[in-house]
Design a protein around this ligand. Structure first.
Ligand SMILES: Nc1ncnc2c1ncn2[C@@H]1O[C@H](COP(=O)(O)OP(=O)(O)O)[C@@H](O)[C@H]1O
Ligand SMILES: [Mg+2]
Length: 284
């Protein structure tokens, strides 16, 4: 395992914004065909980390390696050309544009030559429909606005686009955070498919329950620093939860809720003994 070359690697990366240290000495390896879950509280540095990988920010210190070679991206376009596709938290999609246009984003297939060159819409629509069908989303009319899709389906358009255009690394910043359970599971299933297709996937979430089923490894960030990377076989869901900021708070919240419940029951027992049904209903 250790002889494998990571598809993407960070070595001792730091990122400062003036006096703010957003990332400090982060090292992380992500392999093809695996999902790395990046976990951490708000402000931990997750978005900064992936923006550094995807060419939005340049690291203040440290190196990025793609398939063993050092890379420096001048802009996100360079990272994309190198095969790093990122679906940002603030999803870059135009709701009124068609699904097909959002799928191709300027890379539509063309037909004809020279002055007669134009977009081959028939083919573009067919490909968009086909690629969405592969992930189990039946788009009847790909020329309909992308805004008519659900949040989960929209995430899937962005992921399908990355896979179709041959990305080697797929980075997803909190794709499931605004979604209900059912839609989140659609996205999670597609993340699993991208892994099966051999992509190296970096999946950011603060929801351990979304992360755990699809992850091969975890990296935990806290206040810009790394608490380390862990293979799934070496760490339980509870351990992940406890290491994240909030794990301890959740436990004490559990205890508090149990306490509330107990006193509630006592109240109810007391009130059912000496109040009329009417006054109880108005309390509820
Ligand atoms: N462009 C920026 N300029 C200054 N500070 C920033 C910038 N981007 C992020 N930060 C700071 O870096 C820290 C990490 O932010 P971020 O990476 O967005 O965290 P996360 O995505 O884990 O919630 C925060 O303290 C944030 O305020
Ligand atoms: Mg973020």
């Amino acid at each position: 395992m250790s002889e494998r070359t990571p598809m993407i690697e960070m070595r001792n990366v730091s990122k400062h914004f003036g006096s703010v240290i957003a990332l400090s000495d982060i090292s992380m390896k992500v392999f093809s065909g695996e999902v790395m879950c990046l976990l951490g509280d708000n402000g931990a540095g997750k978005s900064t980390l992936i923006k550094t990988l995807s060419g939005v920010h340049r690291p203040t210190e440290g190196q990025l390696l793609l398939n063993g070679e050092e890379v420096r991206f001048k802009s996100p376009a360079y990272a994309l050309d190198a095969g790093i596709a990122t679906v940002f938290q603030d999803l870059a999609m135009i709701p009124l544009m068609s699904i097909t246009r959002n799928f191709f984003m300027g890379r539509e297939p063309t037909i004809g030559w020279g002055p007669f060159k134009r977009i081959d819409w028939k083919r573009a629509d067919r490909i968009a429909k086909q690629e969405m069908a592969k992930i189990g989303i039946d788009v009847r009319d790909p020329s309909q606005p992308v805004g008519t899709l659900s949040g989960g389906e929209r995430q899937c358009v962005a992921i399908a686009r990355a896979v179709y255009f041959g990305a080697k690394v797929l980075i997803l910043d909190e794709p499931t955070s605004a979604l209900g359970v059912k839609q989140a599971s659609v996205v999670l299933r597609y993340i699993a498919k991208a892994r099966a297709d051999g992509l190296a996937v970096i999946f950011i979430t603060h929801n351990v329950h979304h992360a755990y089923p699809v992850a091969d490894a975890f990296t935990l960030l806290k206040r810009g620093g790394s608490l380390g990377s862990f293979r799934k076989e070496d760490i339980s869901r509870e351990e992940v939860l406890n290491m994240m900021a909030g794990g301890a708070e959740l436990e004490s919240l559990d205890a508090e809720l149990a306490e509330f419940q107990r006193s509630d029951q006592q109240d109810q027992q007391a009130s059912s003994a000496n109040t009329t049904p009417l006054s109880r209903a108005s309390n509820a």
